[in-house]
Design a protein around this ligand. Structure first.
Ligand code: SF4
Length: 219
């Protein structure tokens, strides 16, 4: 059994609590940022006997072809795990870019510190609202799996949104399954993306490659 959180706040659920109430499983809506990052979180929560549903809402992935590849991987994973997924096919990277331009003083390339918090809140808030409107008992996110994200910010945001919407946020440090998730996504042949998702992360990824000489200078 995984350790319970010390946080006694009712807007946070732990695995221990789910185990105790297994006779009346919670219905949990888990935001899925992509297939590979979702494997370990979903399997871990499924191990707690909860009724787990996935939720795909990532409207700022760039470009659309990448968005569709990630969506396809999420559908494939849902099939493997035999879970339901609510798919939000909204694809609107422009409002995300416009918001960042306005909030960062029209910076051409907002750094991670000034863009990721907004990106997390977009996706988690939609998950919390959908969990409420569809009668779930809790919500969570595969964003808690990534070693590349600001884990503490995501946890705090989830707890705050839980309070705002009266919908408990299920917290677990899914980074514990980092290697397991990678190995399984490779084994299943799931599409594995090369960058986080937004246009800025794509630019950063390819400029790093260019600097390291892995891409021709015209790229
Ligand atoms: S780097 Fe990732 S988390 Fe940050 S804004 Fe871009 S897509 Fe969102």
């Amino acid at each position: 059994m995984k350790e319970a959180l010390e946080d006694k706040d009712q807007s946070v659920l732990s695995n221990r609590l789910l185990d105790e109430e297994a006779a009346n499983p919670h219905r949990i809506l888990v935001h899925m940022c992509c297939g590979p990052c979702s494997i370990y979180p979903l399997k871990s929560i499924l191990g707690s006997m909860a009724d787990v549903w996935g939720f795909f809402y990532n409207p700022n992935i760039h470009p659309r072809s990448e968005f569709l590849k990630r969506l396809a991987a999420v559908r494939t994973l849902a099939g493997y795990l035999s879970i339901n997924v609510i798919i939000h096919e909204e694809y609107r990277p422009l409002p995300f870019i416009q918001h960042l331009k306005a909030s960062t003083g029209a910076l051409k390339h907002p750094p991670k510190e000034s863009r990721c918090g907004y990106c997390y809140s977009l996706r988690l808030e939609e998950t919390a609202k959908t969990a409420v409107s569809r009668g779930f008992d809790a919500f969570s996110s595969s964003l808690l799996y990534s070693k590349y994200q600001n884990h503490d910010d995501i946890k705090k945001l989830g707890i705050d949104l839980g309070k705002k919407y009266g919908m408990p946020f299920y917290y677990e440090d899914f980074r514990a399954g980092w290697h397991e998730g990678i190995n399984e996504s490779r084994g299943k042949g799931l599409y594995r993306q090369k960058y986080c998702g937004c246009i800025y992360s794509r630019i950063e990824r390819y400029s790093k490659k260019k600097e390291s000489g892995k891409l021709p200078s015209s790229t």
